[in-house]
Design a protein around this ligand. Sequence first.
Ligand code: PLP
Length: 421
Amino acid sequence: MTLAMPTELDDHKMKQIIDRYGTPLYLYDASIVKRKLDALRSCFPQRTEIFYSFKCNPLLGIAQLLRKNGCRVEVASGGELTAALAAGFEPGHIVFTSPGKTEEELRLAILHGIYSINVENLEEIEIVQKLAELQGKTVDISIRINPEVQQHAASIKMSGVSSQFGLDERLLPEAIDSALRLSRVRLIGFQIYLGTQILQADAIIRHFEDTIKLALAYVERYELDLEFLDIGGGFGIPYFPNETALDLAVLKQGIAEVWKQYGNKLANTRIAVESGRFLMAESGVFITKVLYKKESKGSTYLICDGGSHQHASSAFLGRYIRSNFPMRVLGKIGEGEEVTVTGQLCTSTDILGNKVKLPKAERGDMIVIEKSGAYGLTHSPVLFLSHPLPAEVLVEEGHSYLLRERGEYGDFLNGQHPISQ
Ligand SMILES: Cc1ncc(COP(=O)(O)O)c(C=O)c1O
């Protein structure tokens, strides 16, 4: 099963939106988000709930779009929790996962009575108990487990290895004992998060099965009611020519086989899948205008009005291997020349595309960087050089909606010296 990605954002429409909102600009197509959501849903048993991973794109309007289309939400900070509530998510549809939740964040989660605080270490369980007592509440928690072994070929592993994430499986008996002993916490389930940017369907299927098996083993041993099982996600998308899309047909079939075996044991369990990148990445583009074209020592540079401080992922900040995001020149076709696309920053890492083949571009042309809907602005060092934040616009059924206004010069003015006036 392949996922064709037709878009209502043709070049003409993009030009109209650029004329209206300026550049640099993030632009999202709601129809792609909905298609990706349907595709992901179709791979899992019908009653699986998809939790939108807020971190991948924390725009309120995007979160609202996903809520409107039936998603729940997974947050990773007090700020995301506040924003999720502002986007209209019911507390019963929110889970909170983070290896370093502050007491302030936990208080907030308890205050709003979210569905599950996914705890990641022994001390956190005690702290939840203490804070719950202070608020006179009983709090539902799930334990995020870091399993003993994890043999699947996840591209970026976040479990089965030594890490700050989750509770090592060897500590699980102690954690369960503690949760069962404490009066103000109620253990409702488990979460295991495999990793991110996983393109191997088989790894996700095996993870699904192993997670169920592991959870059921502890359920039996401790006679627990398993109300919640969060199998995580990490569904990837192909960014680069050497990558192949996640095979959804294989995923669907494999998950169905696992479910046939275990589904009846989970009849009363809420099943959660988390996703950010898969839902959002392909729905968005980053558009930046060529300010100058210049030659330097045999290479051609397109210097643009948006850079790595607004799209760090495309400049491979935080990546080990340099690969160019797919990009094109708006309204032009062909492979006219090799260019290096840069932003305006005073650092040589500010390269959006290194020696890419693009049609001949000139001052005023628009560079469109594809697959930019997830981990774009939110994953970027936006304060560097104090440029205004780019506008962010969503197109849905022919209408465009401004989700974030372009910032102003001076937006980042902050922290005056108290005695300097
Ligand atoms: C616990 C957890 N859930 C969900 C996600 C979202 O991952 P992705 O955007 O790959 O779907 C992450 C990302 O790191 C994560 O750590």
